[in-house]
Design a protein around this ligand. Structure first.
Ligand SMILES: Nc1ncnc2c1ncn2[C@@H]1O[C@H](COP(=O)(O)OP(=O)(O)OP(=O)(O)O)[C@@H](O)[C@H]1O
Length: 627
């Protein structure tokens, strides 16, 4: 088989959302400085919100510790002046003792303040992390379902996840940057006090490295964004090749070479990008280091000239050597932290941007002002349509249906005819592009959404395997109620799941995920029973079951449909199924075709009409006739 890059991995082409990101990544180094105040402000706000006391300690102690450098250098110079003075050595040493004592005290206080910063910061950063992550997940779980249909949402979310991790870095790097800057200023102040000419020497020795480090950070950011889609593809591929779920098909269809080829293709592109970046980073850093080295050489020459010309005393020259070393240390901190802060700041921007963009998908929280829906009496669907983004034709097109409470109705039709989409709108999971759905004569949106959701249970076609115990998996159908064992078992029995669960190693307490210790996995049909049990557990006015029996054996299927029939007359059920034998007893059957409602009626009525439904039914029934 020959599969081209074009058809299999269209993501390898430049996606539009990468272009925007790349453009931002191409911001010049000085544009980076323009962004720093914003990042520092965000870091302070984050830290302050997370823990005011610790933030105050970190800021206060960092500034105090940094400014100690001035006193340290001035005391050093005082010591040197006394030691280089005239007179016998014991007297000179004695004269230097007070300055030495001050130097020792300054060093001790500085050390103490450093420890205080460490303790406060250790307590602060996890809190910042938690606050940022919580905010992200509050958003990702609140956005409407249609957010996930939007093109760039998944990419946006990936970057935002990385951005929430960056919140921590933003705070700790701002603290370290503050320490470095205060240290530099402190050294500069001391040097100016000793001799203003020495400040020039200090600048020559320090600036080039800073530029190089900033540039390297900028490149790294560009790399991250450019590789975002590729990395996601790699992540998917890695899982396809190393996970249990895909292992059987991988082998039966001999997909090994195909997947490895895909991996090589994506990884090849990724590696090329990374190598390119590594070369550019190394070159930039090396050039910076060379220029800095030359600057440092210049400092020594300058000091020699000043000393030889008698412009500064020997004690000042020696202090300047110490000062340059201190400044180099502070500058290393500053440049490194600028680099980290810039990178983290860019990631954090993605996080903030995502939270901002996601807001348009978060429903208004005016639920308290809307009434709670009473028990369902009737459901009216009038002229409802839904068109998915980037689709030319509507998935559901002008559908009008009325359902009376207690009825069991069925949606039938070929694959892609719009059944699940219509059900999702009735369940208030999606909003119609046109038309209206009314619960007891009022639009769904006019009712309190939480209370409305409580009256509806949905068993989805693509159910999720929650990695919890069997009991929890069922009780998740209604976490507001008490998870009583008898209620769980009643729901499980309706879905033919009770015996299956009892046969598990720890019964209802068996963890349903093999990735955990003592976890257990279920067959597809067994999972489907648990999912149906979750729907029954909610005991809702309206139960929507989308293909609940596709993987069930005949006995389990029979038990499930008996339970569904048990609801008839008291509770409302919408059933989506391709097994038409199961809809014979439905009060109404709605037949969809390309999103349009083409037939409606009871089984007998539809068979009498001899249209699309009758045709589908006969084909299926013929399959059960011998010969
Ligand atoms: N999230 C989505 N984004 C874009 N198109 C979608 C989305 N979900 C479904 N569609 C499209 O909408 C149409 C109706 O899909 P829907 O899932 O409602 O059909 P269905 O009748 O339930 O099909 P099936 O019997 O296969 O479950 C299909 O063409 C499908 O490709």
């Amino acid at each position: 088989m020959s599969v081209t890059e074009e058809t299999v991995l269209p993501e390898l082409r430049n996606a539009w959302w990468e272009h925007g990101a790349r453009r931002r990544a191409e911001t010049g180094v000085f544009g980076v400085f323009a962004e720093l105040p914003q990042f520092v402000r965000q870091a302070v706000a984050l830290a302050w919100r997370a823990d005011k006391a610790r933030t105050s300690v970190v800021a206060g102690a960092t500034i105090a510790a940094g400014s100690m450098a001035t006193f340290g250098l001035l005391s050093t110079q005082r010591v040197l002046v006394e030691l280089f003075g005239a007179g016998p050595t014991p007297e000179r040493v004695e004269a230097a003792l007070p300055a030495l004592a001050v130097l020792a005290a300054v060093t001790a206080v500085r050390g103490g303040l450093g420890i205080a910063v460490g303790y406060a910061q250790n307590g602060l950063t996890p809190r910042v992390n938690q606050a940022a992550e919580r905010r992200l997940f509050e958003t990702t779980t609140a956005v409407r379902l249609d957010a996930f249909d939007a093109d760039a949402f998944a990419d946006d979310m990936e970057r935002a996840t990385r951005g929430s991790d960056a919140a921590n870095g933003l705070v700790s790097h701002t603290t370290n940057l503050l320490a470095g800057v205060v240290g530099l200023v402190a050294v500069a102040v001391a040097v100016v006090v000793i001799n203003p000419l020495l400040l020039l020497a200090l600048l020559v020795a320090t600036l080039p490295n800073g530029y190089a480090a900033l540039r390297a950070g900028h490149l790294r950011y560009a790399n991250f964004l450019a590789g975002s889609v590729r990395r996601r593809r790699l992540f998917v591929l890695e899982r396809q090749m190393a996970e249990r779920e895909s292992a059987p098909e991988l082998r039966t269809y001999g997909l090994r070479r195909f997947l490895l080829g895909q991996y090589d293709m994506v990884m090849g592109a990724q590696t090329t990008e990374e190598l390119k970046l590594a070369r550019r980073v190394t070159t930039t850093m090396s050039v910076g280091a060379v220029i800095s080295g030359i600057g440092l050489g210049g400092v020594w020459v300058l000091l020699g000239l000043l000393l030889a010309g008698g412009h500064i005393p020997l004690s000042a020259a020696v202090t300047c050597v110490v000062a340059v070393q201190a400044a180099q240390r502070s500058l290393t901190t500053v440049t490194l932290q600028l680099d980290f802060l810039f990178t983290n700041g860019q990631f954090f921007k993605e996080y903030v941007g995502f939270l901002d963009r996601a807001r348009e998908y978060i429903p208004d929280d005016d639920s308290g002002s809307r009434p709670e829906p009473p028990p369902l009496r009737r459901l009216d669907i009038s002229g409802v349509s839904l068109r998915y983004p980037d689709r030319d034709t509507p998935a559901v097109d002008d559908v009008t249906i009325s359902i009376t409470a207690g009825q069991t109705v069925a949606f039938v039709g070929e694959n892609g005819s719009g059944k699940s989409t219509l059900a999702a709108m009735i369940a208030a999971l999606r909003s119609p592009s046109d038309g209206m759905i009314e619960w007891n004569g009022r639009p769904l949106g006019a009712w309190d959404p939480e209370a409305l959701r409580h009256r509806i249970a949905v068993v989805l076609q693509e159910h999720h395997k929650w990695p919890y115990t069997a009991a929890t998996n069922i009780a998740m159908g209604d976490l507001d109620g008490d998870a009583e064992q008898t209620r769980i078992e009643t729901a499980a029995r309706k879905a033919a799941a009770h015996e299956t669960i009892l046969a598990l190693p720890h019964g209802y307490r068996t963890l349903l995920d093999r990735t955990f210790k003592e976890g257990h996995d279920l067959s597809g049909g067994q999972w489907q029973r648990i999912t149906a049990a979750r729907g029954f557990y909610r005991d809702a006015d309206l139960l929507i079951m989308d293909e609940p029996s596709s993987a069930l054996d005949p006995l389990a299927e029979d038990a499930l449909f008996q339970a569904i029939r048990g609801r008839q007359g008291s509770r409302t059920t919408i059933l989506i199924t391709h097994r038409l034998a199961n809809v014979i007893h439905a009060d109404q059957i709605f037949v969809l075709h390309d999103g349009v409602l083409v037939e409606r009626g009871s089984h007998a009525e539809l068979m009498a009409v001899d249209g699309r439904y009758a045709g589908l039914f006969r084909i299926q029934a013929a399959g059960y006739q011998p010969g």
